[in-house]
Design a protein around this ligand. Structure first.
Ligand code: NAG
Ligand code: NAG
Ligand code: NAG
Ligand code: NAG
Ligand code: NAG
Ligand code: NAG
Ligand code: NAG
Length: 605
């Protein structure tokens, strides 16, 4: 609908019923072509046809060709000669847990005297850097859910409680810690500093003469702001808070995303105090053990399982970050990351509602297509459709430490994800995201096409109720998919002799002269039959749109996607006209479609 939400309510009540129904009978020629816009989320049921979908088969052939060429490219942007990597694309479908995998072992690693593996595979252990933060938040949610998400951190960390007041009288110099919630730490909204003493602290990296040569003033060795700990020796808890509380905040809490590693260290202290256990033991108990992760390490991974390009000390293999570990210390293989991703997508550890809440943004960023979650980076990807809008949200977390770089991407719309782990002495900037771009450009269109192929095969067709049935009505629906539009298209919808497509769109729009379009989208709601035979009722939402409107690709306020405002806006005897329920039998075959508003069940022919 191309009506702005604010005008919606008034428009609905003005048209007279008689005018509507008379106009409904008249046919309208489409003169304009507003695009179909689905609600947020998948537009088809999640694909399971990875082995048979022509689109997926073609994408895999394309990826194989792309990566074969990439692995021979030793130019400065790729450095395949010295950069090894592992990729896995995974799904939650039991018969296709891994859709595609690829491993490149750099020729220079093979020729070297490495103490790690000589060939990469799905069990090869890499360092993760900040991808660790996903494991940290997963541990928190598995242990405690979201119940304390809005609690101030000062409730659980006494050092910060003691310091909170200073932020009131001098907000430039001090964080108001009592305004910092657990959730703000997890979503990079605390406004506090990125690190204390560790990464980026020049006095830990360079001696005084180098610092002075670089233009910094000498610091008195007894100056309390000169960290006595950090990279080496690591700061203990007392030293960490003493230092942290001397630093200026970047922003007030909830102003703008500002990446912090310290936030994850502080969250870990809080969870340790709530649960009375070490953070490491909670991660092992909540994540590693249930998922059977045998190539994942919180710290000190064995070199024999790892990929170590060059001297282990130079590579940063043994480097440990102590209490800041929840922000970036971990090690894992792509095979184990796939298991982690599958468990998130299938809610094997968290309840489905916790998962849905976790996979939502917490804040926008200055990049229109990017936002921040807990602590996902969320990328909004547009799949081009000639006559529709389709945005796929990708939930990502990347990391970088020593000679390693990492990326996990999950695509909730398809229950698919991928991970990329990279090792090399001189990884070209952005390699993890460059590989993601390469994978995504083939994978995402193929996933959407596979889901559409599957939807056409399962739901496409004619559904009828005949006058011989006890309702005495002659009603029917015809469903097909189109490659230029999202969702299941209702091509024809007759209720007891009336063209319901026009009626529904006119009633929803509140004006006449429409080019009616009705499309169905999965809601994710399913009820298994109490008979226990595996048959189920599966709910879909219809979106009623007038496509006889101008497309609004660049308007400041008008939108092509007011869809979410209009859901359930027409009802008859309590039940919404946009509600549909398919019955799927125990063999997975679609049997019928029900319209609760029309009190009718139409059988699939
Ligand atoms: C890759 O290129 C670098 C310089 O750019 C060179 O030092 C190295 O030997 C090359 N490696 C291979 C395997 O060709
Ligand atoms: C490789 O390691 C072996 C045994 O540790 C050592 O004798 C040899 O000198 C090393 N070679 C190189 C090129 O470092
Ligand atoms: C500082 O470090 C540089 C480079 O490592 C070294 O040459 C210099 O001697 C050091 N100076 C002091 C005072 O330690
Ligand atoms: C360093 O600080 C100490 C204690 O405040 C002071 O006694 C000393 O004079 C200072 N040294 C310099 C070089 O400023
Ligand atoms: C941290 O280290 C300092 C010495 O640098 C020591 O005085 C303090 O007791 C230590 N605190 C903890 C909690 O271990
Ligand atoms: C039901 O309607 C369809 C057209 O919508 C028509 O072809 C068919 O003959 C009708 N059947 C009965 C029994 O009225
Ligand atoms: C179907 O429409 C006829 C009139 O065309 C009406 O008499 C009948 O009651 C309707 N039946 C139902 C179930 O809506």
């Amino acid at each position: 609908m191309k009506i702005s939400p604010s005008s919606w309510v008034t428009m609905r009540v003005t048209a007279s019923p008689l005018a509507l129904f008379l106009a409904a009978a008249a046919t309208t020629r489409t003169v304009l072509a507003g695009p179909n816009c689905p609600p947020l989320g998948p537009v088809f049921e999640k694909p399971r046809n990875f082995k048979t979908s022509p689109a997926i088969i073609e994408a895999i052939a394309g990826l194989t060709a792309d990566l074969t060429a990439r692995d021979l490219d030793n130019s400065s942007g790729v450095l395949a000669g010295s950069t090894s990597y592992s990729i896995e694309i995974f799904s939650t479908t039991p018969d296709t847990p891994v859709i595609f995998s690829w491993h490149h072992t750099a020729p220079e690693l093979i020729a070297s005297n490495t103490t790690g593996v000589k060939k990469t595979d799905s069990d090869t252990v890499y360092r993760l850097g900040s991808l660790t933060k996903i494991y940290a938040v997963y541990t928190w949610l598995a242990q405690d859910g979201f119940s304390k998400w809005n609690d101030p951190i000062t409730k659980y960390v006494p050092e910060l409680a003691a310091a909170a007041e200073k932020g009131k009288s001098d907000p430039v110099g001090n964080v108001p810690w009592d305004e910092v919630t657990i959730g703000s730490l997890a979503s990079q909204l605390s406004g506090a500093i990125r690190d204390y003493g560790l990464l980026g602290e020049l006095s830990q990296q360079y001696n005084q003469s180098i610092a002075v040569a670089l233009g910094f003033p000498p610091l008195n060795s007894s100056d309390p702001s000169l960290p006595k700990c950090g990279q080496w020796p690591l700061c203990n808890r007392t030293e960490f808070f003493d230092g942290l509380l001397q630093a200026y905040p970047s922003y007030a809490p909830f102003t703008t995303p500002a990446y912090t590693n310290t936030g994850f260290q502080i969250m870990a202290y809080a969870l340790e105090s709530i649960k009375g256990k070490s953070f490491k033991s909670m991660m092992e108990e909540s994540i590693f053990k249930p998922l059977g992760l045998r190539h994942t390490y919180y710290d000190n991974a064995p070199a024999s399982e790892g990929i170590i390009p060059g001297n282990p000390a130079d590579a940063g293999w043994y480097y440990q970050i102590g209490d800041e570990s929840p922000a970036g210390n971990m090690y894992a293989s792509v095979g184990d990351i796939s298991a982690l991703g599958r468990s998130i997508l299938s809610s094997s550890i968290l309840s489905p509602v916790l998962t849905r809440r976790w996979l939502k943004p917490a804040a926008l960023t200055s990049e229109p297509v990017a936002s921040v979650g807990y602590p996902w980076g969320i990328r909004r990807i547009t799949l081009p459709l000639a006559n529709g809008k389709r945005t796929v949200d990708a939930y990502n977390k990347a990391g970088r430490i020593g000679y390693y770089s990492s990326l996990l991407n999950i695509l909730p719309d398809y229950d698919v994800g991928f991970s990329v782990l990279i090792a090399g002495p001189n990884i070209p900037g952005n390699t993890n995201f460059n590989i993601a771009d390469l994978l995504g450009s083939r994978l995402l269109p193929a996933l959407e096409a596979a889901a559409r192929e599957q939807a056409q095969a399962e739901f496409g067709g004619d559904y009828f109720v005949s006058p011989d049935d006890d309702t005495g009505r002659n009603s029917s629906i015809q469903i097909t998919t189109q490659s230029d539009r999202p969702g299941l298209g209702i091509e024809r919808w007759i209720s007891n002799g009336t063209d319901m497509k026009t009626v529904a769109v006119v009633l929803a729009a509140g004006y006449t002269g429409v080019a009616p379009s009705v499309r169905l989208y999965p809601t994710g709601l399913e009820t298994l039959s109490p008979s226990g035979d595996g048959s189920k009722r599966v709910a879909f939402k219809a979106v009623f749109e007038d496509t006889n409107t101008p497309a609004r690709p660049n308007s400041m306020f008008s939108t092509d996607c007011g869809t979410w405002v209009t859901l359930t806006s027409v009802s008859y005897g309590t039940q919404s006209l946009d509600q549909f329920v398919f019955v799927v039998d125990k063999g997975g075959k679609v049997v019928s479609i029900e319209s609760p508003a029309l009190r009718v069940v139409m059988k699939k022919t």
